[in-house]
Design a protein around this ligand. Sequence first.
Ligand code: GLY
Length: 480
Amino acid sequence: MTAQGIILRYISFFEARGHKRIPNSPLVPENDPTTLFTSAGMQPLVPYLLGEHHPEGKKLTNVQNCFRAQDIDEIGDNHHNTFFRMLGNWSLGDYFKKEEIPWLWEFLTEELKLPKDKLYITIFSGYKDIGYDKEAQDLWKKVFEKENLEPKIFVDETNWWSRSGPPDNMPAGEPGGPDTEVYFRFDDLEHNSNCGGDDPAKCKCGKFLEIANSVFIQYKKTDSGIEELSQKNVDFGGGLERLLAAVENNSDIFQTSLFAPIIKSIEEVSNKEYSANQESMRIIADHFTAATFIANAKIKPSNKEQGYILRRLIRRGLDNSYKLGGAHSTSSGQANIEPVLQAIANQYDQTDPEIKQNFVEIKNTIIEEEQGYKGTLNEAKKLIAKRYKLGDELKGVTEITADDAFLLYTTHGLSPTQIRSLGFTFDGLDFADKMEEHQKVSRAGAGKKFAGGLADTSEATIMGHTATHLMHQAIRDILG
Ligand code: GLY
């Protein structure tokens, strides 16, 4: 079953249960200054979850293109991506847990035919006056009993979902609630020492992958705490790329039928093998896919907001392309990314045909950014060469002061990794101190924006100004 096949089955499953399909909202939200990108299927539905009447009724379904900027630094493992598609079904004050939980099980096991013994469940452990989710636990127990299976249900404090993460982080007016999550077990992987055995919520190695969650949005944050909403809602989110990994029983989402042809194109242009270059190739595949969709939304690389994120994706994708080297670089020293972009357009053609229609514009946006980036790198090299009287050709590695490295960061937008890749070393801790100082100033003027996330990736939840994000990355970069 392909990604497209999963979408079709999902939509018809919920249409047959009285849901109306609603369109995929734009990736860059219109008229919503609180957020840079659509990062969850529920995002355009917030007013209706809070009680407004939706013109299509109380039972809705769709597949939503999403981008999560806060996951940029996670990319490189076997299961994170910044751009992904989320399957969604919603009850706006209509059905609740007793319908949703059996439907979810039926969809996963009967429609997608996932092996029942590989599915693990987590439920919410409670918060202040809100007790643990016994109702969901009882419903899941019934599901397992009916199947004659030992219940695999774990209680976890992180099973609360809102766009801002846990209840304490939610701003007044924000809806949220406890969620139940479904994890898939991959038998080819063994847990590493950071994992908590067979408790899926504690697993960090990818052996247990969260493939779906149902949020029971029945609360709203107010100035005095958490209050019941006037209606009880369901907000289901299923990550399509992860569901495909489960269907294909492949613990590496970049080796599923969706991403494998994109990885293959990177192998071909670089003349390198995926098995020896997984992290770089995953970053290239993810970042250029996300960049393609953001460029398709008519965003141009720049130093602020969506344009900044696009710039960061393209430049980080290029850094990794240069690292692979070989045939991946053209004779002019540029990365040969067109075949990779073409492979991306092919893979999304059935669901997002406008990527092929707008291909030339998308490609030009990315290639023009590479030209600008090359110019920036050259200027940075020249500036340092002049200050240190190094002559025209930089030879070997040159030690520079943290002040000068920081200057390259503030004037040229280069991260510590990019500065090091030019052949310069500097005192990382000193640089980190300067970053933190700068961050304090930047935070003071930062606007607050929602980041949102599937429960396992929504740790930070309120994302400040994009520059703050770069600084976090830069500090992580330095401290290793
Ligand atoms: N259904 C909530 C989310 O993961 O976006």
